[in-house]
Design a protein around this ligand. Structure first.
Ligand SMILES: Nc1ncnc2c1ncn2[C@@H]1O[C@H](COP(=O)(O)OP(=O)(O)OP(=O)(O)O)[C@@H](O)[C@H]1O
Ligand SMILES: [Mg+2]
Length: 399
């Protein structure tokens, strides 16, 4: 059901109808008042005309439009004036009915929606019938023409109102589309910004993990070099080549990251990736790394593999850099719904861990996979990191 719009605003047709009304009231005042000789009657009539001119428009004016109240006052004041004039001047014949023509125009103009669109014609009809009755026009053939005039004006006013309503709803629709467009544009901009931020974070995290990991290995290897040169020159030369290869690999990783490509080799299983990283790390830092897998290994998808590999790299780097560990335990547990990675070192530990870029990146990566991150560290007891990632449903179903 269509209801009256709450935000109906004053438009130029309303102004036009108000001008018509002003003309109609002035015309009637000028013609009717001289017919009365009694000054009191004249004054009362003038007040009545003034009221019927002003009162309905108290509820139908720019900034305040309440059609229900307008119609009530219009029917009461103008309708009663109409009947009064008929009773007083019925001898003038059915032409007197035309007094109602202009008010009818406005009444039908505003009666567009339910229930006004059926109440207004009924009330108008009742007033008209009363007018015919009080004027004793039922036997007068000329009444038909006047009734037709009133119907025509009612239809004309209603059509004008319909056109106004249609253009108003079209304007409203265009406005709401405009608002939606603006909102969409804002969303698109926001998504663009977020994508840029996410991508920048990804690249900086990748650079941090790869560069940090490789440099830690290179520095530890270089630290050991002076002793090796003294003891065994040939082995030291071989070692230098390895350090150079390691640095080259690091450069490749950085290049891959800059070109926004995954530096990890695809189609490798998680355990293969881990083994590669662990072997390299062991070779260049001399740290003993123990690697265990529990549960049957299965495909967990590139994204999770990538996340866990980055967590491993950062944990190994931290264990060496901060913990000065010489032994690290790595444990992967394939569970039904999760995969859990634990990295435990025998380093110096820390009383209070204040997460930096590395740990925060690990946390971000894990939470963006719906997982969680935990670090427990005690002075002299080493540090243990636990990474948990829920496995995608299809992976679980494949079990
Ligand atoms: N295995 C560990 N043993 C001892 N302390 C650790 C270990 N891992 C982390 N920490 C402590 O936690 C802190 C935060 O580590 P995090 O990796 O976030 O930052 P960072 O290594 O200092 O710098 P970067 O941002 O380059 O990684 C470290 O400064 C260190 O004090
Ligand atoms: Mg770190």
């Amino acid at each position: 059901m269509k209801v009256y719009p709450k935000n109906r605003t004053w438009n130029w047709l309303d102004t036009f109808l108000f001008i018509v009304r002003t003309t109609w009231v002035s015309f009637n005042v000028m013609n009717v008042l001289p017919l009365f000789t009694n000054p009191t009657a004249k004054l009362l009539l003038l007040i009545w005309f003034f009221c019927l001119y002003i009162c309905p428009y108290i509820f139908y004016r720019p900034g305040y439009i309440k059609f229900h109240y307008y119609l009530i006052t219009e029917f009461l004041l103008t309708g009663s004036m109409f009947l009064f004039l008929i009773i007083e001047f019925y001898k003038a014949g059915p032409d007197i009915l035309e007094v109602m023509i202009f008010p009818i125009l406005t009444i039908s103009f505003v009666s567009q929606y339910r229930p006004l669109n059926w109440i207004s014609p009924i009330v108008s009809m009742v007033i008209l019938i009363l007018g015919i009755y009080f004027g004793h026009f039922y036997n007068n053939i000329g009444i038909i023409g006047r009734i037709i005039d009133i119907f025509i004006f009612y239809g004309f006013g209603f059509a004008l109102g319909k056109v106004t309503e249609m253009s108003r709803s079209r304007k409203e629709l265009i406005d709401s589309i405009q608002i939606k467009n603006n909102t969409l544009e804002q969303y698109a901009k926001r998504i663009e910004e977020l994508t840029i931020i996410e991508e920048r974070n990804r690249v900086s995290q990748d650079l941090h993990d790869t560069v940090g990991h490789i440099f830690t290995s290179v520095i530890t290897s270089l630290d050991a070099l002076p002793y090796l040169i003294k003891e065994n020159r040939e082995e030291a030369e071989q070692y230098i080549k390895e350090i150079s290869n390691l640095a080259r690999k690091g450069l490749d990783d950085v290049r891959h990251t800059i070109h926004q490509l995954s530096p990890l080799e695809e189609n490798q299983s998680l355990s293969e990736m881990f083994t590669c990283i662990i072997e390299d790390f062991n070779k260049h830092t001399g740290t003993k790394v123990d690697f265990q897998i529990q549960g049957s290994e299965r495909d967990i998808g590139e994204r999770i593999k990538y996340t866990l590999t980055r967590c491993l790299q950062e944990s190994l780097t931290n264990a060496k850099r901060h913990g000065l560990a010489n032994q690290i335990m790595i444990h992967i547990h394939f569970l039904c719904e999760n995969i859990v990675l634990k990295i435990k070192d025998n380093g110096i530990g820390s009383r209070k861990i204040k997460p930096g870029f590395g740990l925060n990146s690990m946390n971000d990566r894990l939470t963006s996979n719906g997982g969680s991150f935990q670090i427990v560290s005690k002075p002299k007891s080493g540090t243990e990191i636990t990474c948990l990632i829920p496995l995608p449903k299809e992976e679980i179903d494949d079990l």
